[in-house]
Ligand binder design. Structure first.
Ligand code: SAH
Ligand code: SF4
Ligand code: F3S
Length: 473
């Protein structure tokens, strides 16, 4: 028999993608091999996201598909984890409607997954028995009860979910998806409680890793040939890591300066920074640290100060615009992307016009625009004056039009320039490659596959809304 196999389906943000890399690392260490084919896998893992209703729907759709596979291959182990599992109503629904799910765990105990698998296999082995171990002294009634118990425990389920965890588990194995770039978590959780957002409930309170743990990880990655690292956290600006050597607390700019000194790492990016505590020192770091890329994702969410207040974002439209000004002063040409929510409860036509005008004023390089989606348990879901779907869609379309026009114009300005591009993989067409500029623009160009992972000069010859086309120099 060949080695046992697994397949992981990941929904959601980079945080989840990175968690899946850890789950994959742990399964590899147990001797499992990843396969692309869900039907053939001995273990399937669905790592879920709960940020919007769509994400929830996609999860239940995928579970429905797995049910069919399970009907053919009942031995397959089905595991579900991630943000959705941190919500009681979701777990309740899984137990009710999908009782064949074998393992459920949350966002705080990924490290316990190997142990849970072992428990499941042990339970299954025991279940393999169809007869109770007939005790000499069993009465017929007791024997029948024991037999019934075996039958009713057929749906073995190992379930472990913690509300939060006080500590960070270090040293878990990671199977990196890319050779040349890597995610590095610097903190977990979120304390901000934006009124629309589920993340503080699914990821717990903020916890920062020790700076030494982060620096060592990045040094190892650099030795391994990684050229680009993306620091991950829900709000990296509130990083407060306590030094394991001196006990002193580091902040985010201090961490950036230390990482910038590591030999071999050409590019540092981070996601996500909250505008409310983007400090002048961090803006200065953009100008002073060579490896910090000229790109920032700075979610504004709305252009109306009234809406921002009700979202609990803790900055005004003017403060956001001031930040953009400062960033552009410090780093001319810095690329700025954002997230915007359309149709937050109570958003008036005038509020929405403020979002449109902010978009015009900032002229973002790119934007992720979302229809507001009520999340159970968040304050905004309970607010009066929820916006009808038709109005949300209509506003959404108007906003996307503005955003796309800005992106096209920003991209068009690259034509004729020569850009350093880190090649990420093969492009869409045969013989083409794709990579990213320092400013995070996607570039397609022709070139040999053995250049993947290299930093090359590319002349930009054409552009569209979402990407650039270039020629290898
Ligand atoms: N920590 C990050 C955001 C993570 S969630 C930050 O604060 O910037 C990614 C994006 O999803 C958010 O920026 C927001 O625009 C969007 N989002 C979050 N909750 C949402 C909801 N209930 N409906 C629609 N969009 C939402
Ligand atoms: Fe959600 Fe706000 Fe935290 Fe971002 S900062 S994860 S939007 S609560
Ligand atoms: Fe989704 Fe959880 Fe990320 S809700 S966006 S996977 S933190």
């Amino acid at each position: 028999m060949g080695s046992r196999t697994y397949n992981i389906i990941t929904f959601g943000c980079q945080m989840n993608e990175h968690d899946s890399e850890t789950i994959s690392g742990m399964l590899s260490r147990l001797g499992y091999t990843e396969v692309p084919d869900r039907e053939a896998a001995d273990i399937t893992v669905i790592n879920t996201c709960s940020i919007r209703e769509n994400a929830d729907k996609r999860f239940f759709g995928t579970l429905g598909q797995l049910k069919k596979i399970k009907a053919v291959n009942p031995a397959q182990v089905t595991c579900v984890c991630g943000c959705m599992m941190q919500q009681e109503h979701v777990v309740r629904e899984i137990k009710q409607s999908y009782p064949w799910v074998d393992i459920i765990f949350g966002t705080h105990n990924i490290h316990e997954f190997p142990q849970m698998l072992e428990e499941l296999y042990r339970a299954r082995e025991e279940e393999g028995r169809t007869e109770p171990l007939a005790g000499e002294n069993m009465t017929p009634a007791e024997y029948n009860r024991a037999k019934h118990e075996i039958r009713s425990s057929r749906n073995t389920r190992v379930e472990r979910i913690y509300e939060d965890s006080p500590e960070i588990v270090e040293g878990l194995p990671v199977n990196r998806k890319y050779r040349h770039k890597s995610f590095v978590n610097i903190m977990y959780g979120c304390n901000n409680f934006c009124t629309y957002c589920i993340v503080p409930y699914t990821r717990g309170r903020e916890k920062s890793r020790h700076p030494e743990d982060i620096l060592n990880e990045v040094r190892e990655l650099a030795c391994d040939g990684v050229r680009e690292i993306t620091l991950l956290g829900q709000n990296v600006n509130s990083y407060r890591g306590v030094s394991s050597e001196t006990g002193r607390q580091w902040d985010f700019p201090e961490l950036i300066y230390a990482l910038d000194r590591i030999e071999g790492v050409d590019r540092i990016r981070f996601m996500t920074s909250h505008p409310k505590d983007l400090s002048d020192r961090l803006i200065k770091a953009f100008a002073e640290c060579d490896s910090l890329c000229g790109y920032i994702h700075l979610p504004v969410q709305a252009g109306s100060s009234r809406v921002l207040k009700r979202m609990n974002r803790k900055y005004t439209r003017e403060e956001y615009l001031e930040l953009v000004r400062k960033l552009r002063d410090a780093v001319p040409g810095i690329s700025i992307s954002t997230d915007i929510i359309v149709g937050f409860p109570g958003e008036s036509e005038e509020d929405f016009a403020d979002t449109l005008s902010l978009a015009e004023e900032v002229r973002f390089d790119s934007a992720f625009t979302f229809l507001y989606s009520p999340r159970k348990g968040t304050p905004a879901a309970e607010m009066e004056n929820q916006i009808p779907e038709t109005v949300k869609h209509e506003r959404f379309n108007r906003l996307v039009e503005v955003m796309n026009r800005c992106s096209s114009e920003k991209n068009a300005a690259y034509v004729g320039r020569v850009e350093k591009v880190l090649i990420e993989g093969e492009g869409r067409e045969p013989g083409s490659l794709k990579g990213r500029t320092d400013s995070f623009k996607l570039v397609d160009f022709r070139g040999p596959a053995d250049l993947i992972g290299e930093m090359v000069d590319v002349e930009i010859v054409d552009s569209n809304t979402f990407s650039l086309r270039g020629e290898l120099k």
